[in-house]
Design a protein around this ligand. Structure first.
Ligand code: ZN
Length: 79
């Protein structure tokens, strides 16, 4: 079975947004466990999201700022 980091990482946002079924999430978490690269990026996303949630509570974060940071993280994931 081939492992495709970009494919796994594309699901990170679904997982963090709670848009994944329990079965999908089980498979996804297994893939993270098997690849330290994917796991690292998942942790980064998770911290980023909680950081944003903190920010949003205090001040409105512009959508384009969020998109810019997400794009940056995605480009890191491709490296
Ligand atoms: Zn991977």
């Amino acid at each position: 079975m081939g492992h495709d980091c970009s494919k796994v990482l594309s699901k990170v946002f679904l997982s963090l947004d709670g848009e994944m079924s329990a079965e999908e999430e089980k498979v996804f978490l297994q893939e993270l466990k098997d690849c330290s690269c994917c796991l690292d990026h998942f942790e980064i996303e998770k911290e980023f999201k909680s950081f944003l949630q903190h920010k949003v509570e205090k001040r409105h974060v512009k959508e384009d700022t969020v998109a810019a940071i997400k794009t940056k993280i995605k480009s890191l994931a491709m490296a």
